[in-house]
Design a protein around this ligand. Structure first.
Ligand code: SF4
Length: 354
């Protein structure tokens, strides 16, 4: 990997599924990257394509019915074109996944210690004793109190938050360089959610991992992200640093997502209306059917090109494109009196209660 290369570089990623109702396009030509030691959050409502996008990175989607196109360069290698045996090696040992529901991901017939050592010995040639020592160390590192005496306990003897910590320990057994975390805190209460996010933050520093984090919850994003990619109906609507997105969101969709948060005066509910049918998305901007600023130009052709609206911040909206008028969609003003100041050092946006 050269110095100017990102750990992960995804270009024109398109993932479709063959269904009885025709071709469903879940992800439609998106780009994103993750650097070493950086946390990139892909955010959007359920059905926006964010989970499919991250599952396409390591091809953990069944193909067929899925079909993945584009380029996924990890340390310079295109994961979409290497042999399956090589990809399997990358999958557990270099790129690890953690998922929303540890309940489903764990085997309830085996002790957690056995499951961590099993995961470890798949990747490393270590003795049973060394594996146990490492597993206890990892359990301790992810905050399981009395790790040594809990080693032989079964999953049902742990709380939901502890199970998620154990899943994180299992993901870390191979010292991955990239961790893909898909809604890992959604099933947890607010306090435990905050603890898990803090843990991931600490582990990232310690393990120098890149993290690709998927969530529908902008409250969570505020706590963990360096950069944010906002997805809607398979397309990227906006991207920028966490400060850009929270203090000066440009795209109407991002603004509406933020306005749902209690911290921004919302009720915690969602945006009115529904995402378009992925079998038959609308012409023009995918968000047009729900956008209060939509006009004729928004409803023809393709999704508007993403354009740079501020340094490092890009939005896909006709009003920021050539001949557009940003003031139509609020320009640089957002929230009461313009900039919100919602993320400034210590975030004022706390974890949202799912
Ligand atoms: S392109 Fe049109 S519909 Fe899409 S976000 Fe901009 S104003 Fe709204």
């Amino acid at each position: 990997m050269s110095d100017d290369q990102s750990l992960l570089e995804v270009e024109t990623l398109t993932t479709t599924f063959s269904t009885d109702d025709g071709t469903l396009t879940a992800v439609d030509g998106i780009d994103f990257s993750v650097d070493t030691g950086e946390t990139v959050c892909i955010v959007g409502e359920s059905g926006s394509g964010k989970t499919v996008a991250t599952e396409s990175v390591t091809k953990i989607i069944n193909t067929p019915p899925g079909k993945i196109e584009g380029t996924v360069r990890y340390k310079g290698r295109d994961l979409l074109s290497i042999p399956e045996s090589e990809l399997r090696q990358v999958r557990g040992s270099e790129i690890a996944h953690i998922f929303q529901n540890p309940q489903e991901a764990m085997n309830h017939c085996y002790t957690v210690g056995w499951q961590i050592t099993e995961a470890l010995q798949i990747h490393r040639d270590v003795s049973d004793e060394e594996a146990r020592t490492k597993a206890v160390d990892l359990m301790d590192r992810v905050g399981i109190a009395n790790a040594s005496s809990r080693f032989d306990d079964y999953p049902h003897e742990f709380s939901g938050g502890q199970k998620q910590r154990i899943m994180i320990a299992m993901a870390l057994v191979s010292d991955p360089d990239l961790l893909i975390a898909d809604e890992p805190t959604t099933a947890l209460d607010v306090t435990v959610q905050a603890q898990i996010l803090e843990l991931l933050d600490d582990l990232q520093d310690e393990f120098e991992m890149g993290i690709l984090f998927v969530t529908h919850d902008l409250g969570v994003v505020a706590q963990i992200a360096d950069r944010i990619v906002v997805m809607y109906a398979g397309k990227v609507m906006e991207r920028g640093s966490v400060l850009d997105i929270f203090d000066n969101p440009k795209h109407p969709y991002t603004r509406q997502l933020l306005e749902c948060l209690p911290e921004f005066g919302g009720t915690g509910g969602g945006i009115p209306g529904a995402l378009p049918d992925p079998h038959d998305p609308p012409d023009g901007c995918r968000f047009a059917p729900r956008c209060e600023y939509a006009e004729e130009a928004c409803r023809t052709g393709e999704q508007p090109e993403e354009v740079e609206v501020e340094t490092g911040q890009r939005a896909s909206c006709v009003h920021y494109g050539p001949g557009g008028d940003p003031s139509v969609v609020g320009g640089g003003e957002f929230g009461p009196g313009g900039e919100t100041g919602a993320v400034d050092g210590d975030s004022e946006v706390g974890p949202a209660d799912d």
